[in-house]
Design a protein around this ligand. Structure first.
Ligand code: NA7
Length: 561
């Protein structure tokens, strides 16, 4: 049974109590929250996890749209912490679909009996740091409150959907929704006239999955992305047995790569290699499963514009070869950024979709959407009629989930205000002025820019060890030093300038047209790679956490150790 939260009437005097209800509260039970709960329970802490959904899974609980699946090899996405779990679970596909991933996370929750410490249907609306008691007071949507010494956010990097804001959206007579809200029971699309707006990873998956089912599919594309083939396939019994024997090696390879995948950059630079050999290498990568062409390419591909232009020309040629109509092919080739500067959507038959008679592409740069009408969508050129409009328009990435919770630190400062012109953190793990608030895959974390579970395990293990250290040494309060935070923000910015990702317009840099906010770039992720990032984390542990101010309640004068 889940531990019961205090009722509102019992908690009215919370601010004057000194013993918190919990030592740790985790918000969210996706891949990160589940593992954090497991690890803190192992430490024997009084811990609970609060989940707004009715079950575990986070991202994989919500994203149920057709075609939703991994772009990570399934077996590199598995938790690595339990050998027993690794040996018990069988993946059916090289890149598992959403139902299988959700089933996996449910299996994990069952196996480790995690649900008994999770409160479902609990949406956190606010959290205020109580200086007098060195605790966080958490407010839930239903009016209840609870207190905790440490608050840990595991609220997802892509969990705040951003539907567009076209005039007349509410007037549409048919079904319209953002992909994130796809209902569990599905939506009947057979024989329907369907619009998809957005051609990021989500749009590309949906479009490819439904093109052959619907009567008519109209894709509204503002800017194309560079996509590459996924090359999915089944994993049979013999291959799964081999994978199970190889997990040590698989995780070792992921651990050595900057991205947490089994794809490691080639040590050569593009122009050092003769054109014919270069081309052969790219052909191999284009024909291989997964992110190899993005993350396992020549080491300067994502840094040197000239090298990047060569690769982009190669991929453009592939697109032209796959799309029959040269005018449509031209529209599908990005002009404003090079290959890999934005997240590369992996696809199965995406380009061939545009060879179908029932599919049309509307270029919003030529004919922008003016409004949604009761019948469909009015662009500057035409009014299109639809039964269903699917918004695959992305997310207010990384900080969006924080903005939805009213987080108030010491001295009454709101996190929203502190981060108004971009987040500032130390290691993406903590932020000054908000003591005892730990973030799993927070802004500027190296774990946000990797194969998620690999990055998540690193930061969860580090957070767990830090909390163990604090408890063992009697510290009740922790926050980063100003110097550490300033230095980290500078380091993140410096790295962003070195890569083409850090300079491009995408969710990595927080430029989102569907949110009211300045268009100045927001440094949301650390692009220095997982290996570097882990080094920074380890340095803190090995040197007694020099980037943090630690204090005991009994001795209110803070000491830097
Ligand atoms: P993305 O990658 O942010 O893509 C969103 C898409 O929606 C992109 O093509 C946008 O065009 C388009 N968009 C957004 N707003 C509008 C409006 N107002 N009008 C027209 N088109 C719009 O989100 P995804 O959900 O596809 O993927 C997010 C991550 O999930 C992905 O990287 C994986 O890590 C999993 P734009 O390019 O901005 O012109």
């Amino acid at each position: 049974m889940a531990e019961q939260l205090p009722r509102p009437e019992e908690s009215s005097a919370k601010l004057s109590h000194s013993a918190p209800d919990y030592e740790c509260v985790i918000i969210g039970t996706g891949v990160a929250g589940l593992y954090q709960l497991y690890r803190l329970r192992e430490l024997g802490l009084r811990v609970t996890a609060l989940e707004s959904n009715e079950d575990v899974g986070g991202t994989w609980y919500r994203n149920r749209y057709p075609g939703c699946r991994f772009d990570s090899e399934s077996y590199t996405y598995a938790y690595s912490f339990s050998e027993e779990l690794l040996q018990e679970w069988n993946w059916s596909e090289r890149f598992a679909s959403q139902p299988e991933t959700l089933a996996y996370l449910s299996f994990v929750a069952d196996k480790f009996e995690l649900r008994k410490d999770i409160q479902f249907g609990c949406r956190v609306v606010g959290a205020t740091f109580d200086q007098a008691n060195t605790t966080w007071v958490i407010r839930l949507e239903d009016g209840r409150e609870l207190t905790t010494r440490f608050l840990i956010t595991a609220i997802g990097a892509l969990s705040t959907p951003t539907p567009p804001r076209f005039e007349g959206m509410d007037s549409f007579d048919g079904v319209s929704l953002h992909t994130y809200y796809w209902p569990a029971e599905g939506i009947a699309l057979e024989g329907k006239r369907v619009a998809v707006i957005g051609t990021g990873s989500t749009g590309v998956q949906v479009i490819s999955a439904i093109a052959s089912t619907v009567a008519e599919l109209t894709v509204f594309q503002r800017r194309p992305n560079w996509c590459a083939p996924l090359h999915n396939g089944p994993i049979d019994e013999a291959e799964m047995a081999e994978i199970k024997r190889s997990y040590d090696e698989i995780f070792r390879l992921c651990g050595e790569s900057p991205s947490g995948f089994m794809h490691t950059p080639d040590p050569r630079k593009t122009m050092e290699v003769a054109p014919a050999e270069r081309r052969a290498f790219w052909e191999t990568l284009y024909g291989s499963p997964g992110f190899g062409i993005w993350l396992g390419n020549f080491r300067d591909t994502l840094m040197d514009p000239r090298a990047n232009a060569e690769l982009s020309a190669f991929v453009a040629e592939k697109i032209r070869a796959r799309v029959k109509d040269p005018a449509i092919a031209a529209k599908l080739i990005p002009q404003d950024h090079g290959f890999g500067a934005r997240r590369v959507p992996l696809e199965t038959g995406y380009y061939e979709v545009y060879n179908r008679a029932n599919v049309r592409l509307v270029d919003l740069q030529q004919t922008p959407i003016q409004r949604v009408t009761p019948a469909g969508i009015q662009t500057s050129g035409t009014e299109y009629e639809f039964d269903v409009i699917i918004y695959a328009t992305g997310f207010d990435a990384v900080t969006g989930a924080f903005d939805r919770i009213d987080i108030v630190g010491e001295d009454g400062t709101r996190l929203l205000d502190k981060w108004r012109h971009g987040p500032r953190t130390f290691l993406g793990a903590q932020t000054t002025g908000f003591p005892n608030l730990f973030m799993i895959v927070g802004p500027q974390s190296g774990s946000a820019a990797t194969n998620y579970p690999r990055g998540i395990e690193n930061i969860v293990d580090w957070t767990t060890e830090f909390i163990r250290f604090l408890r063992v040494n009697g510290y009740t309060r922790v926050e980063p030093t100003q110097e550490a935070e300033t230095s980290w923000v500078g380091h993140v910015a410096a790295f962003a300038q070195k890569t083409i990702m850090g300079k491009a317009d995408s969710w990595f840099t927080g430029r989102n047209t569907n949110v009211d906010r300045s268009t100045e770039p927001r440094l949301l992720i650390y692009t220095g790679g997982a290996v570097h990032y882990r080094r920074f984390l380890t340095e803190q542990v090995d040197n007694g956490y020099p980037g943090f101010i630690l204090a005991r309640r009994e001795a209110p004068n803070a000491v830097t150790v």
